[in-house]
Design a protein around this ligand. Structure first.
Ligand code: PMP
Length: 295
């Protein structure tokens, strides 16, 4: 599904066959989840393949490494170029791109001396599908920001996400909604939350969530569209009383939320602010700066 016999991936400056590349079984990343990754999307546009906000993603990869003391030996520019070359070599246009910084063999709990970086890419439809989501509030909360670096995209943090998604699906829902450790609304296992009430958008403030690049894009789009957005700490009850809601993330893009624990949002998705943002997001990622308009 992710690769075939011809697929190439980028590994430490070289393009190598995916089915011939290996990771050392003694890697610190494999044993402790101590590695850092990104999720990026490429889109076919009139002017060729465009990797959306590619610099922002590699800047976040670098920052994630710095936050958790993992060496980052590449330049953002070199990785941007490698990404375009990788897509071209694999004949991919609309694709998901996954860079991963992983550590050398090391069984100690001390920062590594050497790391590798790989980038792979594959065709991937909208991660949460295109139907509105039925969510459930997770019994798991997001990790406390004093336990981990919440703003870093660290491999091991995703055990929390996997537990939450698996629990939600096992209980018959599409996806989980996680609160923070104080019980305020936080985010999805792989997406940020927005909700609408009386013409205003609300989203949890930074501090207990991953600062999503799509979240930042939604904030930019809302400003262009003249939509007011309030960021803060919100009790779950605020969401129960909302008119509509949506998740956003690179893999999920912008996707409407139908209900939380079977309580439906009253506003028709087609009339919601989320739908407007969804349409503008879809245009923005595929259009070039010169053709994009908020009209
Ligand atoms: N929160 C979490 C926990 C995530 O894993 C993601 C996906 N990276 C997001 C939010 C959305 O971030 P982005 O828009 O940068 O993809």
């Amino acid at each position: 599904m992710y690769y075939n016999n011809n697929t190439l991936l980028y590994l430490d400056g070289k393009f190598v066959k995916a089915n011939e590349s290996k990771i050392d079984l003694y890697s610190q990343t494999l044993h402790y989840g101590y590695g850092v990754f990104e999720g990026i999307r490429a889109y076919a546009t009139e002017e060729g393949t465009k990797v959306f906000k590619v610099k922002e993603h590699y800047e976040r990869l670098k920052k994630s490494c710095e936050l958790v003391n993992i060496p980052f030996n590449s330049s953002v520019e070199e990785l941007v170029d490698a990404t375009y070359e990788l897509l071209q070599k694999n004949n991919l246009t609309d694709a998901y791109v996954r860079p991963l910084v992983f550590c050398d063999p090391n069984m100690s709990l001390h920062r590594p001396n050497n790391v590798s970086i790989m980038i792979c890419a594959w065709e991937w439809g909208a991660y949460l599908g295109d139907k509105q989501l039925r969510l459930t509030v997770s019994s798991y909360c997001r990790p406390h920001p004093r336990s981990i670096k919440i703003e870093a995209k660290v491999c091991g943090h995703y055990v929390n996400s996997i537990l939450a998604t698996t629990e939600a699906k096992d209980n018959g829902f599409d996806e989980a909604l996680l609160l923070d450790s104080d019980g305020y609304l936080a985010e999805g296992p792989g997406a940020n939350l927005f909700f609408e009430k009386e013409g205003v958008l609300y989203t949890p403030q930074l501090g207990n969530i991953l600062p999503g690049i799509t979240r930042a894009t939604v904030l930019e789009l809302a400003e262009k569209l003249g939509i007011e957005v309030k960021q803060g700490l919100f009790q779950p009850e605020t969401l129960w009383n909302a008119d509509s809601a949506f998740y956003c993330g690179t893999a999920a893009e912008v996707i409407g939320i139908e209900s939380v624990d079977d309580k439906k949002f009253p506003k028709d998705w087609n009339d919601s602010l989320g739908k407007k943002i969804q349409e503008k997001y879809s245009q923005l990622v595929r259009e070039t700066a010169t053709t994009f308009s908020t009209k």
